[in-house]
Write a protein that binds this ligand. Structure first.
Ligand SMILES: Nc1nc2c(ncn2[C@@H]2O[C@H](COP(=O)(O)OP(=O)(O)OP(=O)(O)O)[C@@H](O)[C@H]2O)c(=O)[nH]1
Ligand SMILES: [Mg+2]
Length: 391
């Protein structure tokens, strides 16, 4: 129960005790992750071409090692990462010939079966990998790629382990890529072969390259409905995550302005909290932070939004108002402008927390997300935003 400055009770204001808000967070986080759906990728290529290495480089996680594997058809295993928004079909140790035929037959059944399922259960893209140093693209490989395309899968052909120096790829690798492209396979999205190196080689000095290009091409071939899950799952392009998050914050700011359009009494700034909880949950999912840590995130978020982490007063939101640029608060009420500014500050502060978590390795990230440091950083970023916001 909350009361306004005069001591009366406003029936519009929900009960916003810390445990209440924590429950709200847990629910909203679960919803936000569920809404992402799942991005499903199929990866083909001879044994040792670098399928696992490339997947790990793009997604920053060892899907085969940490995911739950279920054999789909002979030679093909589906790994669903425990985070839920990434699935990989891995053709482990696959060679062309009879094994290839068995995979195609199995895939045919799978793709047919998928047609009646939701988009998040379908295969969204296929990468066919060729190691450049093999310098051969056999008729059987070409045939296999054609059969994948005939199944209706968008196939991207990738040349792997390509050496480069000073931004120049090995000329023979470039020639090989040209040769494969010249076969006229309807490979996506533009008929060219993507050249990559997923692991730096200290001996030859060959750097990692081509990951962004492969990712960009993958976005071009997948359905719109799978894009949010891909953005959450990949770790190569943080800019895409930031863009998704900016859109989420803008939406929440618009909602907050609507709430503030009827001026809210000072003490009932709590009216803004549910919208902020939804925003924070969606930001967390968009960055692709591990959902199994969200209990800790819910605690941190609710402590800050309810003021439980500070001595600032009944609601942190009320405490925060004190720092807003002068002249924004008129007559002891929160206006649409203030509601928007506040929500924006909370969104950016949480985005900073997520980005910091993203910059850590897996073990450090898990420790951070479970620690009170999340709360401290969140508050720290909020205070920074207030300083910047002052005239
Ligand atoms: N330098 C360099 N080495 C790579 C690259 N990709 C793979 N390797 C190395 O090649 C070997 C095989 O890579 P994997 O990723 O295991 O190959 P795979 O296609 O998953 O093999 P299977 O699972 O047996 O089918 C490993 O020793 C990798 O370290 C790359 O892009 N650059
Ligand atoms: Mg492998």
């Amino acid at each position: 129960m909350t009361s306004d400055a005069a001591g009366g009770t406003d029936p519009r204001v929900p009960d916003l005790s810390t445990p209440q808000v924590q429950g709200m967070f847990e629910q909203q986080l679960a919803d936000a992750f569920a809404r992402l759906g799942c991005f499903n990728l199929a990866v083909f290529g001879k044994t040792g071409v670098g399928k696992s290495t490339l997947v790990n480089a793009i997604f920053g996680r060892d899907v085969a090692a940490t995911g739950v594997g279920s054999p789909v058809t002979r030679g093909l295993v589906y790994y669903r990462h425990p985070d839920g928004f990434l699935g990989v079909y891995d053709s482990e140790g696959f060679e062309t010939g009879t094994a290839g035929d068995a995979i195609v037959a199995g895939l045919q059944r799978l793709v047919a079966d998928h047609r009646t399922r939701p988009v998040s259960e379908q295969i969204h893209a296929a990468w066919y990998l060729v190691r450049w140093s093999d310098r051969r693209f056999e008729a059987a490989q070409e045939q296999f790629v054609r059969e994948l395309i005939d199944l209706g899968l968008p196939v991207i052909v990738v040349l792997t382990q390509v050496p480069s120096r000073d931004g120049q790829v090995h000329p023979e690798a470039a020639q090989f890529a040209e040769y494969i492209a010249s076969l006229g396979l309807p490979i996506r999205p533009h008929g060219r072969v993507v050249m990559t190196n997923a692991l730096a080689d200290p001996f030859t000095g060959s750097p990692v390259f081509g990951l962004q290009a492969l990712l960009d091409d993958t976005y071009q071939v997948i359905p719109e409905a799978a894009a949010s899950a891909l953005t959450a799952a990949q770790v190569v392009d943080v800019g895409r995550k930031k863009k998704a998050v900016a859109a989420i914050i803008n939406q929440a700011v618009v909602v907050a302005a609507g709430v503030g359009a009827t001026p809210i009494p000072f003490a009932d700034a709590a009216l803004l909290v549910p919208n902020q909880v939804t925003m924070i949950a969606r930001i967390t999912a968009a960055y692709g932070l591990p959902p199994n840590r969200t209990k800790a995130l819910a605690v941190a978020g609710s402590l800050v939004l309810t003021g439980g982490a500070t001595m600032a007063g009944r609601y942190a939101v009320t405490g925060l108002l004190k720092f807003l640029p002068g002249g924004m608060i008129v007559g002891g009420a929160i206006s649409a402008t203030v509601a928007s500014a506040l929500t924006k500050a909370v969104g950016h502060a949480w985005a900073n927390v997520c980005e910091y978590a993203m910059s850590l390795d897996e073990t450090q990230r898990a420790a951070f997300l479970d620690s009170p440091q999340v709360t401290e950083r969140f508050l720290g970023y909020l205070k920074q935003a207030q300083r910047v916001g002052r005239p």
